[in-house]
Design a protein around this ligand. Sequence first.
Ligand code: GDP
Length: 478
Amino acid sequence: EAITVQELANRMAEKGADLVKALFKMGMMVTVNQTIDQDTAELLVEEFGHNINRVSESDVDIDTAEDVDAPETLQTRPPVVTIMGHVDHGKTSLLDALRGTDVVRGEAGGITQHIGAYQIKTKGGELITFLDTPGHEAFTEMRQRGANVTDIVILVVAGDDGLMPQTIEAINHTKAAGVPMIVAITKADKPEFTPQKIRERLLEHEIIVEAMSGDVQDVEVSAKTGAGLDQLIEKILLQAELMELKANPDRAADATVIEAKLDKGKGPLATVLINRGTLKVGDILVVGTHSGRVRAMLDDKGRQVKTAPPSLPVEVLGIGGVPMAGDTLTVVESEVRAREVAGYRQEKATAKRTTTAPATIENMFSALKAKTDVIEYPVVVRSDVQGSTEAIVNALNKLSNDEIKVKVLQSGVGAITESDVSLAAASGAPIIGFHVRPNAKARELIERQKVKMKYFDVIYHLTDEIAKEMAGIWGPER
Ligand code: GDP
């Protein structure tokens, strides 16, 4: 149970800065955006003369993380795949071509329903789920909301073009998420197709593909002729096998909302991806701040299904409102319980004034406790000229030591972009701007996501500050 200093300050109606001061006296160097553990929070509350009124969240809300399935209940589940890459490099065409390989669709002549994700059955009978919204924006947005549904990323690069800005962003976002990647070099039917050039350029981003004796799988495909699709599918299945993706299908379901909308006739509709368990028609559920009961489920072929196992995307009818992408759907035992949880979450959502603590800062603290692993300090860097960017990245890397390591998630030249902000938010990283400012959209996002921004004009100020910050995280006893 961690809370940010600012959030605690809000709850106590005290100034964040006063809490930081008090913490400093207690020997902790933290900023208002950092999290502290429950014991420290209680000390602070006492220090400020407030009463501790600890209502255990799990008494009211559902904590799915706490209820872990026994190993013997786990069964192999299909992989969930997201396609990323630069605009016009052929993501949508590849998604359509892959959909076309579905043997079930061929047999039943099903009508394609665009519900945000689809599942195919391969010639060998294996199942693969694809998310239908290509690109890293949706991927990172989901991750910000704590929903890591993607098992494998397919990086699409047009073999007649090259690595483009969004290709590189996709690489950075995938790396930051720690999701394995398969490179699909597409448009293989074109005369200008030069895949070797792409493989070489990928080396600059530390992606060494199989064809270059590395361990990232790569494949040449054409969405137009269908060449290479079978190999791509094989590689996905191989990667999935290596990952040993498993879930317990015989329990009440947990699922993640992929997309949701309000339909005039049918009411709220949400496409969910089952994480574990089996969702059944008639199940009582809570999803985000809404409760409901599954009235019907439709798959991506427009067929009604009565039950949905792990990794199957289905459109659910019967939710009391429109949830948000990234929300978790949980099946509960009674309508009373569903309404209680949904009501509690609504109250909390209204009361909530700050964002939740960034995942990576939390990771740092838990790593701190163990004091064994190397802690990663993630940053996003932007400057006005390439030379400065390189100098900053080098200087930051030099700050790393055996215990804490600077990790530059993304670096670039020019104004701070939305992609920088979303990546920083998802990883709990600060953005470092050197002689540059965010563009209007990025600024708005920084406000909304409460991302930490630091501007500098002199490189050694920058390294001083980050070194101090790193020392603060590690704690004063060092
Ligand atoms: P997206 O923006 O990444 O989703 O790219 P699209 O799938 O919309 O494709 C962009 C353009 O490239 C379209 O005109 C497609 O017809 C074309 N395209 C995509 N894949 C292929 C391919 O394998 N071969 C050829 N010749 N053209 C392709």
